[in-house]
Design a binder for this molecule. Structure first.
Ligand code: AMP
Length: 280
């Protein structure tokens, strides 16, 4: 496994790498969710590049950029054990020079769901992902369904900007009790961690209601919200949404399937999760 901090040195190494190349962009503090992305990338590609970069431009002014968990040594050991080919750990200054003035806005999709609560988040995400795609020139790139809106935004960007890269989305990896793995789960206190499993329970409740024939989105959303408020102390819901999966347009009535997305504060920690509601 080769580790690069320098863009030009990585580019040089990639010139001689065997294709197809798979890219897995991460912010580090790796967990099993990231590892599943890497495993899939290994299956599909001859060369796998993992990037670790806590991207400052996707954090709002009052968000957790400074305290976002980091453990580079642990990450490097994990990546070695997976036989990752290249790891790219750039410095902030090399990706964002003083006169960085170009941004990628994926309009419409970036206003929905997370967009209401994190206004410039997807501008930061789309910009860093395009930069990483340009630097690493992959054939495939891998993203988690855990961040369903991010997947749609990246797919839209790749289509709109005519990039010849396949975007692959990987199912959400969960803890034994259903909580979606997230680097931010370490913020939870013991009690919060216990009750956070109810987020997934609320998604399953929605799926059960849908399977029983309830297709009115308002009724399902109300049941999900009530479940969360009742079962998670100190919780504050940002949204419970039922949308079409790719356009993220709100649905009133669910036909065959829909994306159910949740953002909820558990104490001081903001968690997101989602499930595709579908007829089994
Ligand atoms: P992050 O390091 O949080 O920016 O995540 C890097 C990639 O891992 C993103 O594509 C995420 O969607 C994905 N990811 C994060 N958590 C999970 C999870 N629990 N299961 C699957 N993929 C995940």
């Amino acid at each position: 496994m080769k580790i690069y901090n320098n863009i030009e040195q990585l580019r040089e190494a990639i010139k001689n790498a065997e294709r197809p190349i798979g890219l897995v962009p991460t912010m580090g503090f790796l967990h099993q969710g990231h590892l599943e992305l890497i495993n899939q990338a290994k299956k599909d590609n001859k060369t796998v590049i993992v990037t670790i970069f806590v991207n400052p431009t996707q954090f709002g002014p009052n968000e957790d950029y400074e305290k976002y968990p980091r453990d580079i040594d642990h990450d490097i050991n994990l990546l070695k054990s997976l036989e990752t080919n290249f790891v790219f750990i750039p410095e902030r200054e090399s990706l964002y020079t003083e006169n960085h003035n170009t941004w990628v806005n994926v309009e419409k999709l970036d206003e929905k769901l997370e967009g209401h609560f994190r206004p410039n988040h997807f501008k930061g995400v789309a910009t860093i992902v395009l930069k990483l795609l340009n630097i690493t020139t992959p054939d495939n790139a891998y993203f988690g369904q855990k961040d369903a809106q991010q997947v749609q935004i990246i797919k839209q960007m790749v289509a709109d900007l005519n990039l010849s890269i396949k975007i692959n989305s990987i199912p959400t990896v969960r803890e034994y009790d259903g909580l979606a793995l997230s680097s931010r789960n370490v913020y939870l206190t013991k009690d919060e961690r216990k009750s956070a499993k109810e987020i997934y329970q609320s998604l399953l409740l929605a799926q059960t209601l849908f399977e029983k024939g309830i297709n009115n989105a308002e009724i399902i959303k109300k049941n999900v919200s009530d479940h969360i408020i009742k079962n998670i102390k100190n919780s504050k819901i940002d949204y419970v949404s039922i949308t079409q999966e790719s356009s993220l347009e709100d649905l009133q009535t669910i036909k065959d399937s829909a994306l159910l997305s949740i953002a909820v504060h558990v104490g001081k920690t903001r968690l997101i999760d989602n499930l595709i509601l579908s007829k089994k």
